[in-house]
Write a protein that binds this ligand. Structure first.
Ligand SMILES: *[C@@H]1O[C@H](CO)[C@@H](O)[C@H](O)[C@H]1NC(C)=O
Ligand SMILES: *[C@@H]1O[C@H](CO)[C@@H](O)[C@H](O)[C@H]1NC(C)=O
Ligand SMILES: *[C@@H]1O[C@H](CO)[C@@H](O)[C@H](O)[C@H]1NC(C)=O
Ligand SMILES: *[C@@H]1O[C@H](CO)[C@@H](O)[C@H](O)[C@H]1NC(C)=O
Ligand SMILES: *[C@@H]1O[C@H](CO)[C@@H](O)[C@H](O)[C@H]1NC(C)=O
Ligand SMILES: *[C@@H]1O[C@H](CO)[C@@H](O)[C@H](O)[C@H]1NC(C)=O
Ligand SMILES: *[C@@H]1O[C@H](CO)[C@@H](O)[C@H](O)[C@H]1NC(C)=O
Ligand SMILES: *[C@@H]1O[C@H](CO)[C@@H](O)[C@H](O)[C@H]1NC(C)=O
Length: 750
């Protein structure tokens, strides 16, 4: 069909040289388009190329416009700055096979510049107005010797690649018309900027003259960092390609009968997507950037943070202050912000990062990106370079991947109410310690507290004999189960018989064993009604007597508070009880201690004094163990023989708390603030004097709060020797070492 049509047109033209309008679908050697209403039309009929005069100008230009739209909308211009005076222009193929535009003197005012000579050149207009020159001899019709999509003007058409061909160095940029009647490039331009040598993070930037005007932010896998509103939509698909060969942004219209384009407008200084409204016969804006005041490039100066919902919109990034406070107060933000406390990069351990959420990533001019590194590697690399000020994932898809880093001052940052990224900004240790606890982390801290509470509870609590009445050896031997709840006095607890407990724990099955506290193992169980319980079984070898047992149960019943497992009931059974009972009971009643050695408060371990502050001490030690990833028992610090607690306290005193924090906990810095706070609270919990320790509810409030914490006084068990000597001299010997191991297994921090 096309060939027949073409032949027809050719024959027709030879007979009627002067016609109203005259269309061809290709230009071959010796054929031309003259300024006589002739046009080259696209194969699908939607676009036309020909001569036109813009606005009130008298000049003639060669351009491409929508053929199907009554409002002439020029999307590309050949001789942008070299207009032709009068209608003498001719567009034709020269002897080298290039398309040239000749003026009245037959000199070229514009030409394609294919370096390869085609043996049989042909010029065609393709979909979305792509003017192409190719060799008809070439079997591959997509091997273009030249294409207008490589030299865009002000319109970003569908399927166009705006960006770089890194192999050839070709950059495809958009530039607005100088004015509505002059297609010569104005100074309002759009292109993807990157420093290939530096492996910088590529990002599209709009410039006004030489100055940056608007950044979309780098591409973060789904969209651009600064355009949280770019979302999957019914109109178009979009994508960003970055590999060794190419870097470009492109989009694709989902429905070919929909007409939509992006245009740079020098008059309004916007980059707009417009969609043709058939019913109204107008171009309707779909979206437009910059969108708001905070999109103005660098509005708040270096290290400033633009927050559109604030008044004034410019703030300093958290932990930065205005460089010139007076100017800043008068809303002259150009001076930007400086750090409240300087970095101390040389002392490597003293720097860290704070997570800023909801951010538009900073100007990537001085950046570095590696798509295959993870966030942990990224942090380490950034930390190792004193000029690296921030890092983030380069791709937010899934759990996030890739690594981007920024060097020097952070420029053009803003914070969104929704859809921003996590940016980790370098901070000196002094700032990290003052860090605020964000909500997410508060929750984490409370979860840790609850877990610790549960474990502390398990160490202390189980299902024990709770009868107040003195049990005789005889009743024990005879397996008599008391059902005499009414006589329990102040301990009103349900009693369980052994079969119920056996049933609930699957016969004290190993799989249900949670751990081992003082005097016996603890099992997980499930009552018939679905109630979950922890069952502590008094072990024969435990050496705990009935008195101790009763005392413990009484104590627990009285002590019940939110961080202990609730004492739910008890069971009286155990042949072995009598034997344990026998000897130990006679020995007296003050020397035995319930608990896991190593977590016991000193006053309890040594003097048998138990108060609500004793479990606060245990809580503190557990918290220190979790934070440091080290066990309290057997901790030897090489230099000075300090205990874990002593060492922790010393580090805190010297402002070096970070040194003790387990690498697991700081890998992403998310929790660093709270980890430091937990560390501080833990030290308050292990203070020597019970009166100095907070009670457990204050400790939990401290973990979740943001207020300043008091400096901890020296802790109990400060030196290794204190612990050893006093432990050995006292009548309470440590339990078997397995007790601590089990506790740690349960608590192993992730
Ligand atoms: C081109 O078309 C316009 C109207 O469509 C007409 O006025 C003009 O004379 C035509 N020019 C030529 C050279 O045919
Ligand atoms: C264009 O041509 C007209 C006459 O053909 C002449 O008067 C005018 O000066 C020319 N303009 C330019 C810019 O050459
Ligand atoms: C065309 O040639 C004439 C004479 O050589 C010259 O005066 C005129 O400026 C030229 N016009 C253009 C547009 O180059
Ligand atoms: C082709 O011309 C464009 C300007 O239109 C120029 O930027 C480009 O470098 C030229 N390419 C070659 C191969 O000469
Ligand atoms: C494409 O758009 C046209 C015009 O808006 C509409 O009539 C047609 O149903 C659309 N096609 C699809 C597949 O959505
Ligand atoms: C730029 O915007 C102005 C005002 O909306 C409009 O008149 C003009 O046609 C636009 N220019 C382009 C190239 O879209
Ligand atoms: C990017 O990171 C990967 C994984 O760490 C590494 O193998 C690769 O060499 C890095 N590339 C560059 C350019 O540093
Ligand atoms: C730190 O990063 C900058 C920017 O990439 C680089 O120029 C400098 O050499 C790096 N310094 C070190 C010590 O790696």
């Amino acid at each position: 069909m096309a060939i027949i049509f073409f032949t027809f047109v050719t024959v027709f033209s030879q007979f009627f040289l002067r016609i109203e309008s005259f269309e061809v679908t290709s230009i071959r050697p010796s054929e031309s388009i003259r300024d006589d209403n002739s046009t080259l039309v696209s194969i699908d009929g939607s676009f036309a190329l020909g001569f036109f005069t813009p606005g009130s100008s008298n000049n003639r230009y060669v351009g491409i416009w929508y053929k199907t739209i009554p409002i002439r909308t020029v999307i590309w211009v050949a001789n942008r700055c070299n207009p032709i005076n009068g209608s003498s222009g001719v567009l034709t193929l020269d002897s080298a096979g290039n398309l040239v535009l000749l003026d009245q003197n037959k000199s070229a005012v514009w030409s394609t510049n294919s370096s390869k000579k085609a043996s049989k050149p042909i010029v065609e207009l393709l979909d979305y107005g792509n003017l192409v020159l190719r060799d008809e001899e070439d079997g591959n019709s997509e091997n273009y010797l030249w294409q207008s999509f490589d030299y865009p003007t002000d319109n970003n058409m569908p399927e166009m690649k705006i960006g770089w061909d890194l192999r050839t160095g070709l950059q495809r940029r958009l530039s607005a018309w100088r004015s509505w009647d002059d297609p010569c490039p104005g100074d309002f331009t759009y292109g993807i900027e990157l420093d290939v040598q530096q492996h910088s993070f590529p990002e599209p930037i709009i410039r006004k003259g030489n100055a940056k005007f608007y950044r979309t932010g780098p591409w973060i896998g789904l969209r651009f960092s600064g355009s949280p509103d770019l979302r999957p939509n019914p109109l178009f698909d979009y994508g960003f390609v970055y590999n060794d060969e190419e870097v470009y942004y492109t989009y694709h219209l989902k429905n070919k009968s929909v007409i939509s384009r992006i245009v740079m407008n020098q008059t309004t200084l916007t980059r707009q997507r417009l969609t043709w409204m058939e019913a109204e016969q107008t171009w309707k804006p779909y979206n437009s950037v910059p969108r708001d005041y905070c999109d103005s490039y660098g509005l708040c100066g270096v290290n400033g943070n633009c927050i559109i919902t604030e008044n004034p919109v410019c703030q300093c990034l958290d932990r930065f202050n205005p460089k010139f406070q007076d100017k800043w107060s008068l809303t002259d933000w150009s001076g930007g912000c400086i750090r409240r406390s300087p970095l101390r990069c040389e002392e490597k351990a003293s720097d860290g990062f704070i997570k800023f959420s909801g951010m538009k990533l900073p100007d990537a001019a001085h950046s570095w990106v590696n798509m295959s590194m993870n966030l942990k590697e990224c942090r380490a690399k950034c930390l190792s370079n004193c000029t690296c000020m921030a890092y983030s994932n380069s791709d937010i898809r899934g759990e996030g991947s890739g690594c981007a880093m920024w060097f020097g001052d952070l420029v053009d940052v803003r914070q969104f109410t929704a859809g921003g990224q996590d940016l980790f900004i370098r901070m000196p240790a002094s700032e990290l310690a003052k860090a605020k606890v964000n909500r997410k982390v508060k929750r984490a801290a409370i979860v840790i507290a609850v877990v610790i509470g549960v474990v502390c509870g398990m160490i202390l609590v189980g299902c024990y004999i709770c009868r107040r009445r003195r049990l005789t050896e005889e009743t024990e031997r005879n397996l008599i189960t008391s059902t005499n709840e009414g006589q329990e006095g102040d301990l009103e607890l349900p009693l369980f018989d052994l079969p119920t407990i056996i049933d609930a724990t699957d016969g004290f099955s190993f799989n249900n064993k949670l751990g081992e506290g003082g005097f016996g193992p603890v099992y997980r169980g499930m009552l018939k009604g679905g109630q979950e319980i922890a069952v502590k079984r008094l072990s024969m070898s435990s050496g705990q007597g009935v008195n101790e047992f009763k005392n413990e149960v009484k104590l627990i019943a009285k002590l019940q508070h939110r961080n202990l497992v609730k004492l739910f009931g008890c069971c009286v059974q155990d042949f072995g009880m009598a034997r344990i009972f026998g000897g130990d009971q006679i020995e007296g009643n003050t020397s035995r201690v319930v608990g896991t050695y190593g977590y016991m408060a000193p006053e309890y371990a040594f003097d048998g004094l138990f108060s609500i502050k004793s479990d606060v001490f245990s809580f503190g030690i557990l918290m220190l163990e979790i934070i440091s990833g080290k066990k309290s028992r057997g901790f030897h610090h090489d230099n000075n023989g300090l205990t874990l607690i002593g060492h922790a306290w010393t580090l805190q005193r010297d402002g070096k708390a970070l040194e003790l924090i387990s690498a697991h906990l700081v890998e992403s810095d998310d929790y660093l603030d709270e980890v430091l706070r937990c560390f501080h609270v833990a030290l308050l919990c292990v203070q020597q004097r019970p009166a100095d320790r907070p009670n457990i509810s204050s400790a939990i409030l401290m973990l979740g709060g943001e207020s300043a914490l008091p400096q901890p006084k020296p802790p109990g068990y400060f030196m290794e020797t204190d612990q050893k000597l006093e432990g050995e001299n006292s009548s309470c010997k440590p339990q078997s070492s397995s007790t601590n191991d089990i506790s740690m297994t349960v608590l192993e921090p992730r």
